[in-house]
Design a binder for this molecule. Structure first.
Ligand SMILES: CC(C)(COP(=O)(O)O)[C@@H](O)C(=O)NCCC(=O)O
Ligand SMILES: [Mn+2]
Length: 903
């Protein structure tokens, strides 16, 4: 990164711009000073305005609908809101860019909506349209960069004018922006002069609490514990959030008991805080910055200065009162008895001793206050914490030590943004206050790996700028080009009382810091309603907390990369532009992998599903919309050509034989997976149809997991008893080509034949060679040309509205059929997290009594252990040796047919 620091123009979303802030400005900060009790405890909300330009608003479509779509002809596509927390060292900026939902309401969707009884999804009655919440930091002494950023993105145009209305006129000089922190006062004139906006000052403590409440309610893994170098994300139950103790460790420390939204009380504080550490530390060590002082502590040994129990008891523990020999009996206590001067002590040791003294003291007072009010949870934030592993460990240790494990210290991923977020929340009617966890998706743009959670500057404007930045990076920097080995977790040593183990050269000093991504608000996302227990649901099957597992998957993805780049570049015509984008993508994705190898928790709780989705998102960032487009088309054509023969073959079988052949067919055709290295190697050995045949011929039962007989009994019954057919089946389909056409479609056809409505659930966006919901109607239409059952069902499901389908078998049976429908799942990944699916899918699930999850991504990597309220069939071929061994104690190409009755 060294070379980059010299270049002031390399501002990018998530790129370190400059050295650490001038720490002596810390004392100026209000946010970061000990705070005085607020006059009142409820949040004051000033100003009021409509969030959107509602003029000439008109109801679209049917007036009878519960939540009709409202058309806003005068609303521009992108509008933004901005709020600031201007501290002494940092300016924290939270801004929201709202983008109009541009998804096409095609005919398929309309018919599906009618069929499924969806009015307007589950949208609210007011038009919150989704958007993105961005978090950006600037150094306060470089406030010009911040002003330029706001101006370049026109963020100040989204403020309110003096009448409380959304400003429309760029020259309007009555715009008001919410701000908190001392700088809201100090820089008010500067903002007025440079941007023509007035800063509407919000109380800091109100903002802190509002920010913390929003984060804890809206973000799934916001809070984490930090013990002995290990971060563990904690899922906070919304209903069980209050009361808690919020400890803001700034220059001084405030302890706030939070009882609800806008309900809080500052119950205590201490004047021994971050300012004390920095102030005393500066005098004693001559350090030039706060961060330098912190860094020193990492190489320190406090035993040279602190008086330990063992020093008093001749190296022994003081067992009677439970104190080990290594317990600090008196901070700096050794300095009184020795004939030494300040120069005789190492600055590293002084810094560590000071850090421990202050952290333990804060931990202890926090514990006592939590005890006083019967609070179990303590959340720590403020600039003193700033993601510093050692500080977090020390505070955690103190809380655990004093509470005898009864209380937990927790930290927040966005802790630096509490104030700014709170100021943002103080805007009325932005509609974000009651956003739910499942409506937020956090994404990490290409810049994230380079920040290590540090200060960063303006995001780059367009794709070209992004690529140029990547190219510059490749030329200048070499550190992050491939995954680097992960060092053992930095630990504070035994029980927090020993010397911290040095975090060696493999890690940057800020490596353990966490990144803050962009929060995408997707109001149409919902929880899949058929999950038995949302609280117990964990989408990922493999635990990447296991270091060897993480290393395996990161290495594997890194090895796949060059192949993927080739495909992606080819999918865009192999032009020079595509090659440039391909190289930039490779660089960006490698950097993500390296960052995660270095700090697996950097982007929040990490699962395999997140890794695979990150790859797809990174491709999209470089405008590779569908890297496997041509492969998918080729495989679709080849498979459609053999479909008629397969259908005839199937129709000549007994029902029992046919059901087995159908399941075999699904498993066999799941071999067409371009995400598996082993499979891609196979494809060189034959044509699609040859491989499909080979795969089918190898389908020998029993499969490694084989519940087929149970499923058959459910479908066909035993003896003369014919079971009731399923009412509606949701088929979560996987790959294009043979997988969908020769595997899942024939299975769907069989269910339709039984009188079961079938909903094909497919990706909203491309991922590898997975079929998407957009592509399915054409595929179904093609297949329907060869099959009356499919044709009538597809017609009934509204899939054939635009297509002329000539039935080739001549039978022209036009009797009514149960419908075949297609819904999108809301994701663009090979896996599926059922906590966040499209409202369309959630609606379709309401009447479903069978779900079929197909493929490794959806049925094994995720959801293998998921329990459903209805029957579930999980079908997949395992195309990875390690996974086969781990999950089913089997081998690559083994199959899973898991049938689970309703729980
Ligand atoms: C990405 C996938 C989950 C897709 O599998 P599918 O869902 O298509 O069956 C799978 O290809 C995978 O885990 N690939 C990485 C492992 C490997 O190359 O062996
Ligand atoms: Mn797939």
């Amino acid at each position: 990164m060294e070379a980059l620091k010299a270049d002031p123009v390399l501002g990018i979303d998530g790129i370190i711009l400059k050295e650490e802030p001038e720490a002596d400005k810390l004392r100026e900060s209000q946010t970061e000073r000990e705070m005085v009790p607020p006059a009142g405890n409820s949040i004051h909300r000033s100003g009021s305005r409509p969030q959107l330009d509602l003029s000439k608003a008109a109801i679209q479509g049917n007036f009878e609908e519960r939540d009709p779509t409202i058309l806003l002809p005068n609303q521009s596509d992108d509008i933004s809101h901005l709020a600031l927390d201007i501290g002494g060292s940092l300016i924290k900026l939270v801004y929201f860019s709202r983008r109009e939902d541009r998804s096409i309401d095609d005919k398929r969707k309309k018919t599906v909506k009618e069929r499924l009884g969806i009015s307007n999804g589950n949208r609210r009655s007011y038009p919150i349209l989704g958007g993105r919440l961005h978090f950006v930091k600037f150094e306060t002494h470089k406030i010009n960069e911040c002003l330029e950023f706001i101006s370049s993105k026109q963020l100040h145009r989204g403020g309110l004018d003096s009448h409380g209305w959304q400003s429309e006129n760029p020259a309007n000089d009555n715009v008001v922006i919410k701000a908190t922190g001392g700088g809201a006062y100090k820089f008010a004139d500067l903002f007025k002069e440079r941007l023509g906006v007035s800063l509407d000052k919000e109380d800091e403590m109100d903002c802190l609490v509002a920010g913390a409440n929003f984060l804890l309610k809206a973000i799934r893994h916001e809070a984490f514990t930090h013990m002995e170098g290990q971060k563990e994300f904690v899922q906070i139950d919304q209903i069980d959030l209050f009361p808690y103790l919020l400890v803001n460790v700034g220059s001084g420390v405030s302890m706030i008991k939070v009882d609800g939204d806008g309900k809080f009380q500052r119950v205590s504080g201490t004047n021994v805080g971050g300012g004390t550490y920095w102030g005393l530390g500066r005098l004693l060590t001559k350090c030039k910055s706060f961060d330098e002082l912190l860094e020193l502590s990492q190489r320190g040994d406090n035993r040279t200065i602190d008086m330990l129990v063992g020093d008093i008891y001749g190296g022994m523990d003081y067992n009677k009162i439970g104190l080990s020999a290594s317990t600090i009996a008196s901070s700096f206590g050794k300095a009184i008895s020795e004939n030494k001067e300040l120069e005789d002590y190492r600055p590293e040791d002084i810094s560590l001793s000071l850090l421990r003294m202050i952290s333990y003291n804060i931990g202890q007072i926090s514990y006592l206050n939590a005890l006083r009010f019967g609070l179990k949870r303590i959340f720590f934030g403020g600039f003193f914490i700033r993601g510093h592993a050692y500080t977090m460990d020390t505070i955690s240790f103190a809380v655990q030590f004093w509470s005898k494990g009864d209380m937990q210290a927790m930290f927040l991923r966005h802790e630096g943004f509490l104030g700014a977020l709170g100021a943002f929340m103080s805007y009325e009617k932005h509609g974000l206050d009651d956003l739910m966890v499942h409506q937020l998706v956090e994404r990490f743009p290409m810049g994230a790996p380079y920040t290590g959670g540090q200060i960063h500057g303006p995001p780059l404007g367009d794709l070209n700028e992004k690529i140029s930045w990547m190219e510059k990076f490749v030329l200048k920097g070499t550190e992050i080009t491939a995954p680097v080995p992960m060092a053992p977790p930095g630990t504070t040593g035994l029980g927090g009382f020993e010397v911290p183990s040095a975090r060696g050269g493999t890690l940057r000093p800020d490596a353990s810091n966490l990144n803050v991504g962009v929060l995408h608000l997707v109001p149409t996302l919902e929880v899949f309603p058929l999950l038995v227990d949302l609280k117990k649901y964990e989408p990922n099957t493999i635990d990447l907390g296991d270091h060897s597992e993480l290393e395996y998957w990161l290495t594997l993805l890194s090895e796949h990369l060059s192949d993927l780049v080739d495909k992606a570049v080819a999918s865009e015509g192999g032009t020079d532009d595509a090659k440039r984008r391909g190289d930039a993508f490779a660089c960006a994705f490698s950097a993500h992998l390296a960052r995660l190898m270095e700090e697996p928790a950097a982007y929040g709780k990490l699962g395999l599903a997140n890794l695979l989705e990150l790859r797809e998102e990174c491709l999209r960032e470089f405008q590779f919309v569908d890297a496997y487009r041509t492969i998918k088309q080729r495989e679709n054509e080849a498979s459609l050509a053999v479909l008629p023969d397969l259908l005839v073959e199937l129709d000549n079988m007994s029902e029992e034989r046919r059901l087995l052949t159908l399941i075999e067919g699904v498993l066999a055709a799941n071999i067409f997976d371009w995400g598996s290295r082993a499979c891609v190697d196979l494809y060189h050995k034959g044509t699609i149809i040859e491989i499909y045949r080979m795969s089918r011929n190898k389908m020998q039962r029993p499969w490694r997991v084989d519940d087929f007989d149970l499923f058959k009994k459910r479908m066909l019954g035993s003896g003369d008893k014919r079971p009731q057919p399923h009412k509606r089946a949701l088929l979560f389909v996987d790959n294009s080509g043979a997988d969908i056409i020769l595997g899942m479609l024939p299975l769907a056809r069989e269910l339709l034949r039984h009188g079961t409505e079938v909903v094909l659930v497919a990706n909203s966006l491309p991922a590898l060679n997975d079929v998407t919901a957009m592509e399915l109607p054409d595929i179904v239409a093609e297949a329907a040309k060869h099959c009356d059952i499919l044709r009538r069902a597809a017609e009934a499901g509204g899939l054939l509205v635009d297509v002329m389908v000539n039935s080739l078998d001549g039978s022209k049976d036009n009797s009514p059929s149960v419908p075949l429908m297609v819904v999108e799942n809301g994701c663009g990944s090979p896996c599926i997290d059922l906590r966040q699916v499209s409202s369309e899918l959630a609606a379709a699930a309401k009447d479903a009594d069978l779900i079929v999850l197909e493929g490794m991504g959806r049925a094994l990597h995720t959801n293998f252990n998921a329990r459903f309220k209805c029957e579930a069939l999980k079908l997949a071929m395992v195309k990875n040796q390690r996974l086969a061994e781990k999950l089913i104690k089997g081998n690559i190409y083994d199959c899973v047919c898991r049938y689970e009755p309703a729980s």
